[in-house]
Design a protein around this ligand. Structure first.
Ligand SMILES: N[C@@H](CCC(=O)N[C@@H](CS)C(=O)NCC(=O)O)C(=O)O
Length: 238
């Protein structure tokens, strides 16, 4: 399977571009990956045009060559590669409008991260058996992904049988979160927390049996609009 490539450059309001838009940006990512979605949302929010490269999940060579680790997202900024989603967002955000550096000092961040991990675990258990049948995967990358993930989580067939439990867990956390929306996460304004949260649950839209509570769906759509985010954009490269 070839990597999908697309230029995300034609949809922007260029009057709003920050000065660092003269950087040449190349993002290597997986469509389903929440950490990759973080960076895509940040790029959209910051209105930075970039070349998007969706790597097949079984491509070990490209990420190893770029950063020495088989882990995405990777961004190349003027030919220099870096990984770690939060470091990437901080680097891209030249005006510090998302205040990524403040996260570590925020007393609430550790608790939030714990919630995100718990939520992420249930989201992954629910969504992985479906992600592999989206156009991001072909037979070889699907088999690679499934083998790797089943080693940790058990057979996807068994995960699907426990759907009700995982959904219940996700819904419990999302219901708690609903009371934190003002209308963004604990804030009247959009912040980095919204990117962290929305990117972690976005992949659930691929699970037909799961339905977001209305308030969360509306929240996710608000984040989508602010970040010019289109989950499936890279699948249809013409
Ligand atoms: N801490 C990293 C985590 C990135 C990460 O876990 N990426 C996963 C995809 S969701 C990955 O590349 N996994 C490669 C593999 O397991 O083969 C970040 O924030 O960027």
């Amino acid at each position: 399977m070839l990597a999908l490539q697309q230029d995300h450059s034609g949809i922007w309001d260029f009057s709003k571009l920050a000065y660092n838009s003269i950087m040449e940006l190349k993002l290597y990512h997986y469509v389903h990956c929440p950490f990759c979605i973080r960076v895509r949302m940040a790029l959209g929010y910051l209105q930075l045009p970039y070349k998007s490269i969706v790597l097949p999940y079984n491509d070990e060579e490209t990420p190893l060559k770029l950063t020495g680790t088989k882990m995405l997202p990777i961004i190349e900024i003027n030919g220099k590669a870096m990984n770690e989603s939060l470091d990437i967002v901080a680097k891209l955000d030249s005006t510090n409008s998302l205040q990524v550096h403040k996260l570590e000092q925020d007393a609430h961040f550790a608790d939030f991260n714990q919630l995100l991990n718990k939520l992420g675990n249930n989201v992954h258990n629910l969504a992985m058996p479906y992600w592999i049948f989206t156009p991001e995967f072909d037979e070889a990358s699907r088999a690679y992904f499934q083998k790797k993930k089943e080693a940790k989580r058990g057979p996807f067939k068994e995960l699907v049988k426990q759907q009700d439990l995982f959904s219940k867990n996700v819904l419990t956390d999302l219901t708690t979160l609903t009371s934190e929306l003002r209308p963004f996460y604990r804030s009247a304004n959009f912040t980095i927390y919204d990117i962290l949260l929305a990117s972690h649950v976005w992949g659930l839209y691929v699970v037909p049996e799961f339905q977001f509570p209305e308030a969360i769906h509306e929240y996710l759509q608000r984040v989508k609009d602010i970040c010019h985010f289109n989950y499936h954009q890279d699948f249809w490269t013409s």
